[in-house]
Design a protein around this ligand. Structure first.
Ligand code: SF4
Ligand code: SF4
Length: 232
């Protein structure tokens, strides 16, 4: 038997910066096919974790550092999830790692998505709340985090939900060069068509837009507005 505190100790020891736990009843409104029990029928808890994404990458003139961090943080998250599951198995608890990135095509929605939504799992596990820019905002690091999740067969004590952090200031909506945030749901293909592609200057594939992150007052690393409000 492993309790919630031990689960967090293991994850933090493996390199996660934040982690939280959601009970399965917090996923009652998950879309059909994307509920945790659609993946693991015996799932009782969803463990979500986050790793910091260096905020300095937002200020670079070159798109290469942001792209490189994004490309290297994904396998890091997958490795943490995998190692965590193996560790839990040593305690005779079955866990299943969820791939970090969107990795399957949803014909109905016409977009790529993860087998369960990482950011909804993170919100259900009390890590933060989803902002207007469609990213998770955490009190500690704003949206400068990448998310991972693990499905677990054991019932674990779950974390409290966070109160909404986004101010609905609409700065992200106005900043988007292609109006991908005009509707309440992110127009994923419009965003990706603009944000991802080959860079002429560096002759590499890059992520060339993160303006919705840049302008959010909660994205200034540890200087984010949430912390300023809490510690005036
Ligand atoms: S990444 Fe760029 S294109 Fe995509 S939603 Fe944000 S601002 Fe718009
Ligand atoms: S820029 Fe404003 S509206 Fe957009 S996510 Fe941040 S706080 Fe919310």
């Amino acid at each position: 038997m492993v309790d919630s505190r031990q689960v967090k100790e293991i994850l933090l020891g493996l390199g996660a910066d934040l982690c939280g736990i959601a009970s399965i009843d917090r996923f009652h409104d998950a879309p059909k096919g994307y509920h945790p029990t659609d993946v693991l029928p015996t799932c009782k808890s969803v463990i979500s974790f986050a790793c910091r994404f260096p905020a300095g990458t937002l200020s670079c003139n070159s798109p290469v550092p942001y792209t490189r961090v994004r490309n290297s943080i994904t396998p890091k998250m997958d490795a943490i999830a995998l190692d965590f599951c193996i560790e839990m198995e040593k305690h005779h608890i079955a866990c299943v790692p969820i791939p970090t990135n969107e990795n399957q095509w949803d014909e109905n929605m016409g977009r790529w998505r993860s087998i369960i939504s990482q950011k909804h799992a993170a919100q259900a596990a009390g890590l933060g709340t989803i902002g207007r820019h469609s990213l998770l905002i955490t009190p500690e690091f704003g949206s400068m985090v990448w998310l991972g999740a693990v499905l677990c067969e054991q019932e674990l004590e779950c974390d409290e939900l966070k109160e909404n952090i986004c101010d609905n200031c609409n700065a992200c909506v106005k900043a988007c060069p292609v109006n991908a945030l005009a509707d309440s749901e992110l127009a994923q293909q419009t965003c990706w068509d603009y944000a991802f592609g080959d860079d002429v200057a560096t002759q590499t594939w890059v992520i060339r837009c993160h303006q919705c992150r840049d302008v959010c007052p909660y994205n200034l690393g540890t200087e984010n507005l949430f912390i300023k409000k809490m510690n005036p």
